[in-house]
Ligand binder design. Structure first.
Ligand code: ZN
Ligand code: ZN
Length: 378
């Protein structure tokens, strides 16, 4: 029977106090949180830590574990009996979850616990070229910051918040309510300190006791080469100020790539449409093709058809994952001339004759032309 492993997972001794277990758990949860730690195996360690804490934080389960090991703890009381629900929610809501879970079971959440500030979103436009090559952008936005006058305490400089006289700092008070079934005892948020556990006798004049103030914040964002519309960059700690000494939230920079007049792009492939004349297509030619990396000389073989795609290797955008460089695709469109002078008409008739084409009668309407006219009228 093993009844020490859970202690080892949290890195505490078998006689650790609830406080020490809680502290160790916070530390390990942060260390292995899947949003923070991208190492292989971190997620499993994170789950192991949750499992250990679920047992050791509950005095009944802990006692069973000490006596019988893991089977005893789970078999004896059923897992999840303490109202502990794991951390499967995506994103970095984890911080709040971690703290709120200490008071699981539907009770009042400890209002004194440090809480991370809110996350913010910032939408940024990038030119086609900036998205291909990457860029460094300065952005500026308003956010709730820690009050500079009181350093976040909410109390006037020179004074400090005092422990709430009603709840003695817990932020929670107990109320008894008479019901038909008898007296009900409930825990609710303290009505004097509104859960902070502290009373501010003289509020800070800058923030009026909130501990936060709106401030303009400037950040430099590094955009990697090869990004696309809809992708996000997370800047840790660039969101809003936390509560009770909790960390700042994060900033999510959401990218929007503006269209280009010349190019289109899908992933690392850039698309370009090349218009050529019927003569170029028939006889072949060498043309300059614009790419984001500069002009490239490309030869068109004689007899090229509309819709033919040529690939310019390595002239696309960088591949975000896996590295390397994409290609540029050049799609050929043969443009039919719309205005011809007499000399050009003669040349084309001569061409048709030389090709053995018969019955070239552009003025005289045959049956098919009439059908076509009718269709155009619809
Ligand atoms: Zn209070
Ligand atoms: Zn202040």
């Amino acid at each position: 029977m093993n009844n020490t492993e859970f202690y080892e997972r949290l890195g505490v001794s078998k006689d650790a106090s609830q406080d020490e277990i809680k502290k160790a758990y916070r530390k390990m949860s942060k260390k292995y949180h899947p949003d923070i730690n991208k190492e292989a195996g971190a997620e499993q360690k994170y789950k192991d830590v949750q499992e250990a804490y679920e047992t050791l934080s509950d005095s009944q389960k802990r006692a069973a574990y000490d006596q019988y090991g893991a089977t005893g703890a789970n078999g004896g009381f059923g897992s999840g009996a303490g109202g502990f629900n794991g951390f499967d929610g995506g994103g970095f809501g984890g911080f709040e979850d971690i703290f709120s879970s200490f008071f699981g079971g539907g009770g009042v959440r400890n209002p004194n616990a440090p809480r991370q500030g809110d996350d913010l979103q910032y939408r940024i436009n990038l030119s086609f070229e900036e998205a291909v090559f990457g860029a460094e952008k300065e952005i500026s936005y308003n956010r709730e910051a820690t009050c500079g006058t009181c350093a976040g305490t909410g109390a006037k400089p020179g004074t400090s918040p005092v422990v709430c006289r009603k709840c003695h700092g817990s932020g929670i008070m107990t109320v008894d309510t008479q019901t038909p079934l008898g007296m009900m005892r409930r825990q609710v948020t303290c009505d004097i300190c509104h859960g902070s556990g502290k009373e501010i006798k003289e509020p800070c004049q800058t923030c009026h006791g909130t501990g936060h103030e709106k401030k303009v914040h400037n950040v430099s964002v590094k955009i990697p080469a090869g990004v696309e519309t809809g992708q996000q960059i997370r800047l840790q700690g660039q969101g809003e100020a936390g509560f009770n000494g909790g960390p700042y939230g994060d900033l999510f920079v959401i990218l929007n790539v503006l269209p280009s007049k010349k190019f289109e792009r899908n992933g690392s492939t850039i698309y370009y449409r090349l218009d050529i004349s019927f003569v170029q297509a028939a006889l072949g030619d060498t043309v300059d093709i614009p790419t984001v990396h500069g002009d490239v000389e490309m030869s068109i073989p004689a007899g090229t058809q509309t819709g033919k795609v040529f690939r310019l290797k390595g002239k696309g955008a960088p591949k975000l994952r896996g590295g390397g460089q994409g290609d540029q695709h050049v799609t050929v469109t043969i443009v039919t001339p719309t205005k011809l002078n007499d000399a050009q008409k003669e040349a084309l008739k001569a061409f048709a004759e030389a090709s053995g084409e018969k019955s070239l009668h552009p003025k005289k309407k045959g049956f098919f032309d009439k059908v076509k006219d009718a269709l155009e009228d619809i």
